[in-house]
Design a protein around this ligand. Structure first.
Ligand code: SF4
Ligand code: ZN
Length: 262
């Protein structure tokens, strides 16, 4: 996932996963003098939730001596997740928040001259997403995503998920044992209902049939191998609105922004 001279933008939210990832990467970085870590944090504009997490992220970066860059939805998109939630747009706030976060992390990573983006998705997140994609009728998305994403066209920064094989429980344990102060409050907008149901189902499966999550992850890996070269990557143009690379006239975030009236 990493090269000896990478400049890695680590997405740090202030939750247990991202603080664990940051601490582990700091240890690794110590062995590679030419590498560099920069924390990027996104302020989605969620009152009483994100402010606390951002402060915890700031303190962790300060303690570890890591530069931190914060970018906000308000500055980038002119709107916050709270405002989107209040506007009742028909889709869940997470649908917007997720797309905007990807774009915001890309922007922040570009600002700091990163060569790679590292995010703290764990095994549970990954297998939930595999099943979610199946439930949404979009199995090819499983093939297009995964622990390591490299754009053969070189338009997007490579994305890595170093914790994608680590169960959430082990991350919680690691974070507690190391005495990390992490955010424990849930987002007031909640997660997608379907993801919640899938999480509960997978936890039940894991309890009854230990190893289920790993097996599902390995199945997804096999699909990725099988389909790796099956279709050429789509051609990319510049988004007419923001100039970012997209296979369509407008990127997903700009399409969404066009539908928001707050
Ligand atoms: Fe955004 Fe949804 Fe996550 Fe809250 S739960 S931070 S609204 S994606
Ligand atoms: Zn755009």
């Amino acid at each position: 996932m990493l090269e000896y001279d990478d400049r890695v933008a680590v997405a740090v939210s202030g939750g247990k996963d991202s603080l664990t990832l940051l601490n582990i990467l700091v240890k690794l970085e110590g062995r590679f003098p030419k590498s560099r870590l920069i924390a990027v944090s996104i302020d989605e504009g969620i009152d009483g939730y994100r402010d606390e997490a951002l402060e915890l992220a700031r303190l962790a970066c300060e303690r570890l001596g890591i530069e931190q860059v914060v970018v906000s939805y308000r500055d980038l998109f002119g709107v916050t997740t709270d405002e989107i939630a209040r506007a009742n747009l028909g889709k869940t706030p997470c649908a917007y928040c997720g797309v905007f976060r990807r774009k915001a992390i890309n922007k922040a990573a570009g600002m700091v001259g990163a060569t790679k983006i590292a995010t703290a998705h764990n095994l549970d997140d990954e297998v939930q997403t595999v099943l979610l994609n199946m439930m949404h009728g979009d199995p090819m998305r499983i093939v297009r995503t995964g622990p390591v994403l490299k754009d053969p066209r070189g338009k997007f920064l490579p994305r890595i998920k170093p914790l994608s094989d680590v169960p959430e429980k082990e991350i919680v344990l690691y974070a507690y044992l190391n005495g990390f102060e992490f955010q424990s409050v849930e987002c007031p907008h909640g997660h997608e209902a379907l993801r919640n149901d899938i999480r509960a189902f997978l936890n039940q499966m894991e309890q009854k049939h230990p190893g289920s999550k790993f097996t599902l992850q390995r199945s997804a890996d096999r699909l990725r191998e099988l389909f790796a070269n099956s279709s050429p990557p789509s051609e990319l143009h510049e988004c007419e609105q923001c100039g970012d690379p997209t296979p369509h006239e407008l990127c997903e975030a700009c399409v969404m922004l066009g539908t928001i009236v707050v």
